[in-house]
Design a protein around this ligand. Structure first.
Ligand code: GTP
Ligand code: MG
Length: 396
């Protein structure tokens, strides 16, 4: 039956993306870079990136027939055993591409689901990921059978008939119902836990994946939260109580966002994202050194809107300023010009965020005191608004 534990460790992969009306060449290059980072996080090596300019994706094979042949030829010459497409493929596209190339074919959602599956630690995260996986598989069962066949289960067999697929479909549907129920129970428990946290103001880190949320969480709460240079290091929400100048509040680290996050994953992570939805203040962390950081900010704001957290008080933290300077400034620039460029950047964002932003480097501990003060101010302001008569709850 269905095997959810794919393993892309040590696979050699070709990445495939389209350039079209709504996606420029520059964007496609960036997206494929990100896809390569995802592949690396899953343990696969990127051997080549292939792009094709097409007005529409090909209904049968996503890219054109000629391109598929080209890919197959290159793959044979270079021992490639995995094709990763940047956009979601249908079951029949997977089937057609695998038939034409003889190589296992997956898409970005597959890869993200695999990474999430491996990183899930708590019961809640595990159930959430498994649910998303089954929901993803359901419409693609026919394509998935191919994988299983090639894995050796049924060498020489005819492949699945309608009855086998129908049976599988029923099993998957039952599994989805069961997982939904289990998730419902876990959700009720965590809701009770959250209610018990009572009157504290709640602050949650949000942001694109790998921007430095956990690193900042560690610094601001002096806790040990797993941080590393891989995508989705954090899947579960960690919440700490912190006290600044006698003002207590709750600080949460959360799962990072990414563009084209599989729809089902957002659905099943809704409860993890409750921490974000129920927060009083959001700290939006940005990796300023990333060439596409403005796009990433857009993805985050859009996702926040989708989960109903779009209009919360927000502090934007422009992190990795050390790396930003390293990438932007060359040795020929005078200090004066550098200072001017930095001022321009800061003024632009201060204007856009109505002054609610701080520029820091978590690694070099730059501006961390300012960040702490700014968070404290926002927290105290929230306490004042919520409990106008309780003046001893916070320092005025
Ligand atoms: N150069 C530089 N690197 C940083 C800075 N802050 C964090 N990093 C690095 O960026 C990487 C990602 O940091 P994390 O704190 O794990 O990022 P995250 O946002 O929690 O990532 P996910 O949990 O995967 O969403 C790590 O390798 C950090 O060491 C910084 O200010 N400058
Ligand atoms: Mg993290």
């Amino acid at each position: 039956m269905i095997d959810l534990k794919a393993n892309y460790e040590d696979e050699r992969a070709i990445l495939v993306g389209l350039i079209h009306k709504n996606q420029t060449e520059v964007q496609t290059v960036e997206y494929l870079d990100e896809l390569a980072f995802l592949a690396e996080t899953a343990g696969a090596e990127t051997v080549k990136k292939v792009m094709q300019r097409l007005p529409h994706r090909d209904a049968k094979t996503f890219v054109g027939k000629g391109k598929i042949e080209e890919i197959a030829e290159y793959a044979r010459a270079k021992d490639v055993n995995l094709l990763i497409f940047d956009d979601e493929l249908t079951g029949s596209q997977i089937q057609n591409i695998e038939k034409a190339t003889g190589i296992k074919t997956i898409d970005r959602s597959d890869l993200i689901l695999d990474i999430f599956a491996r990183r899930a630690k708590t019961a809640q995260a595990k159930v959430q990921v498994e649910l998303a996986q089954y929901q993803y598989i359901l419409p693609r069962l026919r394509g998935m059978w191919k994988h299983l066949e090639r894995q050796g289960a049924g060498i020489g067999s005819r492949g699945p008939g309608e009855t086998e697929i129908e049976t599988d479909r029923r099993i998957v549907k039952d599994k989805i119902t069961l997982l939904r129920k289990r998730l419902g129970e876990i959700d009720r428990q965590s809701q009770t836990q959250r209610q018990e946290r009572g009157t504290f103001i709640r602050v949650a880190f949000v942001g694109y994946t790998n921007v430095g949320k956990s690193t900042l969480m560690n610094i601001l709460s002096k806790s040990e939260v797993f941080a590393e240079n891989k995508l989705f290091a954090t899947l579960d929400t960690t919440t700490r109580k912190v006290v600044y100048e006698q003002t207590p509040f709750l600080l949460s680290d959360t799962v990072g966002f990414i563009r084209k996050l599989p729809h089902h994953l957002v659905e099943s992570f809704k409860s993890t994202l409750d921490e974000v939805r129920e927060a009083d203040i959001l700290i939006h962390v940005v990796d300023t050194s990333h060439p596409a950081y403005e796009d990433q900010m857009g993805t985050v704001l859009k996702t926040l809107g989708e989960i109903g957290a779009g209009d919360k008080p927000m502090l934007t933290v422009f992190n990795k300023m050390d790396l930003y300077e390293q990438n932007t400034f060359d040795e020929f620039l005078s200090d004066e010009v550098k200072a001017e460029l930095l001022t321009d950047l800061k003024q632009r964002w201060e204007h856009q965020t109505a002054g609610a932003c701080v520029f820091v480097s978590a690694i070099e501990r730059r501006n961390i005191d300012l960040l702490r003060e700014t968070v404290l101010e926002k927290v105290q302001q929230q306490y004042r608004e919520r409990y106008p008569y309780l003046t001893d709850f916070y320092k005025a």
